[in-house]
Design a protein around this ligand. Structure first.
Ligand code: UDP
Ligand code: MG
Length: 316
């Protein structure tokens, strides 16, 4: 039997982009249907992430134009990861496979053919991986690369150069629904679910219109979230470093005592300053990292909803 595919597309303030990219997603659905790879019940599902512009109105108009377009909207902006999650959790009830993709045309829509083929071959998770990043700025490339390296060195299994363009079967999504954490980092969590997976390579394009919502500050915050939600290694590293610093300090204490009893006058000030500053710095960093985990624990214990769907273009 042909699987039903839902393409899940998070949209935040994308009025400049949607009219251009929406028809491309629809064409892809129709192409895959005519190639007999998916069922005609397949849909292009937009998730409006509480946009402040006309995005939701555009989505509603699209839904009137063609039954293959549907949309849901979040009650407010909750960020990219939660928007994707909302779409996936909603879609899994209607379809066999989902493909999440950004709406800005940066990820090559044509890679979907290969993804669907991989599913037909038995893969339940198919990661879209950027083979080249020529169109990204040097800065974006550099920060992204450092991010993946850092994540992997922290022991998180993240597929290199994979963002949130991926095929996931509803079977995997049903299991994924048991991962209840509030602080989510999807690309690091799907590998944890397991099941047969593979990667499909594509070239990343430039944004068709509008601007990236990921300035440096948001990228840093995503990186931090990614690391702290997937790994406790930073805390361990701090403990190790603390032991090291304590040993060095012990050596210093013995040294100063020896000097003291030998009657050598020490100038003292420089070494004191260095020690104070150094230890102060280390302590602040350590407190910050521990605070981050404590904060995350606090957020998790509240167990607030990760998304709230306030409206749909269809009846549920
Ligand atoms: N997005 C979202 N909520 C947000 C920010 C972004 O749903 O709070 C969507 C956005 O509309 C786009 C995708 O997430 O479809 C990726 O965002 P963007 O293209 O700005 O990020 P970049 O590709 O520059 O990393
Ligand atoms: Mg983008």
């Amino acid at each position: 039997m042909k699987p039903t595919l839902y393409i899940v597309i998070p949209c935040y303030n994308e009025e400049a982009v949607l009219p251009i990219t929406a028809p491309l997603f629809l064409e892809k659905i129709k192409e895959l249907v005519s190639l007999d790879k998916i069922a005609d019940k397949s849909r292009v599902m937009f998730v409006n992430d509480g946009s402040k512009d006309n995005t939701w109105k555009i989505i509603k108009d699209l839904a009137k134009q063609d039954e293959h377009y549907i949309g849901i909207t979040q009650s407010r902006n909750r960020g990219h990861q939660n928007a994707v999650l909302a779409g996936l959790m909603e879609a899994k009830e209607f379809c066999d496979i989902t493909i999440s993709i950004d709406c800005d045309g940066q990820d090559d829509i044509n890679a979907m053919n290969e993804m669907v083929d991989a599913y037909a071959d038995g893969c339940e998770v198919v990661y879209g991986v950027r083979s080249k990043r020529d169109t990204d700025t040097f800065f974006k490339r550099f920060t992204a690369e450092s991010f993946y390296k850092l994540l992997n060195s922290m022991g998180a299994e993240v597929v290199y150069n994979h963002a949130d363009y991926r095929l996931v079967s509803s079977r995997v999504l049903n299991e994924f629904a048991n991962y209840k954490e509030v602080n989510i980092f999807l690309r690091g969590m799907f590998p944890l679910v397991g099941f047969k997976s593979t990667s499909v390579y594509y070239e990343r394009n430039e944004r068709i219109a509008g601007e990236s919502h990921y300035p440096l500050s948001k990228m840093l915050s995503l990186a931090f979230d990614g690391i702290t939600s997937l790994s406790i290694k930073p805390i361990r590293t701090i403990t190790g470093f603390g032991i090291f610093v304590a040993l060095v300090s012990l050596g210093l204490i013995i040294y100063s005592l020896v000097q003291h009893f030998a009657g050598n006058t020490m100038s003292g000030w420089t070494s004191t300053m260095i020690a104070v500053c150094f230890l102060g710095g280390i302590q602040l960093i350590s407190l910050g990292v521990i605070g981050e985990y404590v904060g995350k624990t606090y957020m998790e214990t509240k167990a607030r909803p990760r998304y709230i769907i306030s409206e749909r273009t269809y009846d549920k």
